[in-house]
Design a protein around this ligand. Structure first.
Ligand code: ZN
Length: 562
C-alpha cells in the first residue's frame, strides 16, 4: 500500500541561506514521576544536549528552559509555557530534548503539541535518545512510533506514581520521616529519614507547651511569641535566625493561634511519627484528600522527644476538656453559632454586640479580619444577626413547602411506576451503554490509524470523528441520567427519605433555633456586600429528587392525557 502524504499543514522549511536553527534546550526532572535522579538529573541532561549542539554546527544556541521537579503528566509547567511563547514569537524554531518522556508523559496532550501546535509554528523537534529529528524525517513525529512511545510513557507515569506511593508507605511503616521537619527538629545530615532536635527552636516548642499547661490559651501564646519577635517555622528555615531581623521582609505575619494548636497536638514532639495524613486521588489529579486518623501511619519512638509522652497526653486531655468546658459554660448556643463563614477567606464569622442609644445590636464579622486585620481579609464582612435570621426564616419555610410538594409528587409517580419499576435492570442498561461507548472509542482509534496509514483522507477522518464525538456525548448523558435514576430507585427501596421527613416535620417555622438551622444548613457564606449564600445539607438528595420528578412528571402527564 502506497503511503499517502500527511495532512498536517506544515510549510516546507525554507532553504534560504539565512534560515537559522534557533535551538532551545528543554530539560525536565520530576521526583514524583519516579525519574532516575542520577541519569535524568538536569546536569546530565544539559551535558548530553550541549554535546549534541556542539557536534551539529547548524544549530544556533538560543536559550535553555528547565522545569525542575515538575511532573510530565501535564503541560502546565512554567518553563515549558515560556518556551512555547518564544516559539510563537519566532525566537525559537527547534527544541532539543534528551528523550520524549522529558517532553511529556501524557499521551493525549503530548500528541496535541507534537502533531498540531509545534508543526504549526514550523518548530523542529530533536529527541536524542529516541533518534528522532523532524527535520531529517518529516514523518517521525506523526508516525506511529511516537504515538506508541508516548503511550508507553503515559503508562510508565501511572506505574511509577503507584510505585512511589508504595515506597513511601514502606518508609512510613519503618518509622522513617519523609515529610518536612516540623518546628523544633531538623533532618539528620547523615540520615535524611531521621529527625534530630534543633536545640534552639526546641526551646520555643517547650515554651509553647509550658505556657499552655499553665492555663494560657492559644491566642495569647501566639501573641506572646510575636511580642518576643520569634519567627515562624517557614521564616526560620529561610533566615536561620529565630528572631526577627531588621530590614528583612517577612512574608508571614507572625504566629497564629491555629499554628500553636497544631504544634500542641503534633505527635512528633513526643517522639512518634504520624504520617500519611492526606493522599491524592491519582497521578493526574493531585488534589489533596485528608485521611482519618485510623488510616494514618503512626510509629512510636522514632526519634528523641521534645515533650515527654506523659506531658503530651496530659496536654491532649486539657485541650479536649477546654473545648468542652467553653461550650458547656455557654448557657445556650446562639441561633447562628457555627454556621456563618466569610466568603472571601473562609474563616468563621464571630458574634459581637454593642448598645447604641439603649438598643442592642448583634452582628457578626470575619474572624480573620477581627483578629489579624485587613491585611489578611480585606473586609470586615459584618452583617446583622437579625437580617440573616429574617432571610433564613423566609428561605427555610419556602424550602419546607417545596419539599412537601415534592413528596406528594414522588408518591404519585411511585404509585404509577410500582409494577414497572421492579422490572427495570439499571445495571444491565448502564453496562450496555458503557460497552457501546468503549466500542465507539476503539472505532475512533481505528479511524485514526486508517488516516495515518493513508486509507482514508483527513476530511473523512474528521467527519467520522465529529460523528463519534456526538454519539459519545449522547451516550455519556444517557449513562449519567440512568445512574441518577438507579440511585433514586435505591433511595426509594431503602426508604432513604428520612431527611425529607425530618425536615418536613418541622412544619412552619416561627422561631429559628440553632438546632433547626443546623438540621437544614451546611453553612452560610457572607460576602462583602452583605449578600449571603446558603448551602443546604442534603443538596445532592434534593437535586436527585427534583430531577426524578422532572423526568417522570412529564411521562405522568403524557400517560394521564392518553
Ligand atoms: Zn474573611
Amino acid at each position: 500500500m502506497a503511503r499517502k502524504k500527511f495532512y498536517i499543514e506544515k510549510p516546507e522549511v525554507e532553504s534560504s541561506e539565512n534560515y537559522q536553527v534557533k535551538v532551545a534546550k528543554y530539560m525536565r526532572l520530576s521526583r514524583m514521576d519516579g525519574d532516575n535522579l542520577e541519569s535524568d538529573s538536569i546536569s546530565n541532561q544539559r551535558r548530553l544536549l550541549n554535546n549534541y549542539i556542539l557536534e551539529n554546527d547548524e544549530f544556533l544556541y538560543s536559550d535553555e528552559f528547565i522545569d525542575d521537579d515538575w511532573t510530565g503528566t501535564n503541560f502546565q509547567r512554567p518553563s515549558f509555557q515560556r518556551m512555547l511563547k518564544e516559539i510563537q514569537k519566532g525566537n525559537i524554531n527547534c527544541i532539543i530534548i534528551k528523550d520524549l518522556s522529558r517532553f511529556g508523559r501524557n499521551y493525549i496532550e503530548a500528541g496535541k503539541y507534537l502533531e498540531e501546535i509545534l508543526p504549526k509554528y514550523n518548530c523542529r523537534i530533536v529527541s536524542i535518545i529516541d533518534d528522532i529529528d523532524t527535520e531529517k524525517d518529516k514523518n517521525s513525529i506523526t508516525g506511529l512510533m511516537v504515538r506508541i512511545k508516548n503511550l508507553i510513557h503515559d503508562n510508565n507515569s501511572r506505574e511509577t506514581s503507584i510505585k512511589v506511593r508504595h515506597i513511601h508507605d514502606m518508609l512510613r511503616l519503618q518509622g522513617k520521616n519523609i515529610s518536612p521537619a516540623p518546628f523544633g527538629y531538623i533532618k539528620d545530615p547523615s540520615d535524611k529519614y531521621k529527625l534530630i532536635i534543633d536545640e534552639e527552636a526546641a526551646i520555643v516548642v517547650q515554651m509553647i507547651f509550658d505556657m499552655y499547661i499553665s492555663g494560657i490559651g492559644t491566642i495569647r501564646i501566639a501573641n506572646k511569641l510575636n511580642e518576643l519577635g520569634i519567627v515562624t517555622r517557614i521564616e526560620y528555615r529561610k533566615t536561620k535566625s529565630l528572631y526577627k531581623q531588621e530590614g528583612f521582609c517577612y512574608s508571614q505575619n507572625g504566629w497564629r493561634p491555629d499554628a500553636i494548636s497544631a504544634i500542641l497536638s503534633n505527635k512528633t514532639y513526643k517522639g512518634s511519627l504520624d504520617q500519611k495524613r492526606s493522599t491524592t486521588r491519582n497521578y493526574k489529579d493531585r488534589e489533596k484528600i485528608c485521611l482519618q486518623e485510623k488510616d494514618h501511619i503512626i510509629v512510636d519512638n522514632t526519634h528523641e522527644p521534645i515533650i515527654t509522652p506523659d506531658v503530651f497526653e496530659k496536654i491532649q486531655t486539657i485541650k479536649n476538656t477546654r473545648c468542652v468546658k467553653t461550650s458547656r459554660n455557654r448557657i445556650k448556643l446562639y441561633p447562628l453559632s457555627g454556621v456563618l463563614k466569610c466568603a472571601d477567606c473562609g474563616s468563621p464569622l464571630i458574634r459581637n454586640q454593642t448598645t447604641k442609644r439603649g438598643k442592642l445590636y448583634v452582628y457578626y464579622k470575619c474572624r480573620t479580619y477581627n483578629q489579624q486585620g485587613c491585611k489578611f481579609c480585606n473586609h470586615s464582612h459584618s452583617i446583622k444577626e437579625e437580617s440573616v435570621l429574617a432571610i433564613l426564616s423566609i428561605t427555610l419555610n419556602s424550602q419546607i413547602r417545596t419539599l412537601i410538594n415534592l413528596k406528594k409528587i414522588v408518591l404519585e409517580i411511585n404509585k404509577t411506576k410500582q409494577i414497572q419499576r421492579m422490572s427495570i435492570d439499571y445495571d444491565r442498561l448502564i453496562r450496555q451503554k458503557q460497552i457501546r461507548k468503549e466500542t465507539l472509542k476503539s472505532t475512533k482509534l481505528d479511524a485514526y490509524m486508517d488516516w495515518k496509514s493513508g486509507d482514508i483522507t483527513k476530511e473523512d477522518y474528521l467527519y467520522m470523528c465529529k460523528k463519534f464525538n456526538t454519539n459519545e456525548s449522547k451516550l455519556e448523558i444517557e449513562i449519567t441520567s440512568l445512574q441518577a435514576e438507579k440511585q433514586i430507585e435505591q433511595d426509594i427501596r431503602n426508604n432513604d427519605f428520612l431527611w425529607l421527613e425530618t425536615l418536613i416535620n418541622h412544619g412552619t417555622l416561627n422561631k429559628l433555633t440553632n438546632e433547626i438551622i443546623i438540621s437544614f444548613v451546611e453553612k452560610i457564606e457572607v460576602k462583602k456586600d452583605k449578600d449571603i449564600k446558603i448551602i443546604f445539607k442534603y443538596q445532592n438528595q434534593f437535586d436527585r429528587l427534583a430531577n426524578y420528578v422532572q423526568n417522570h412528571a412529564y411521562k405522568l402527564t403524557v400517560a394521564g392525557g392518553a
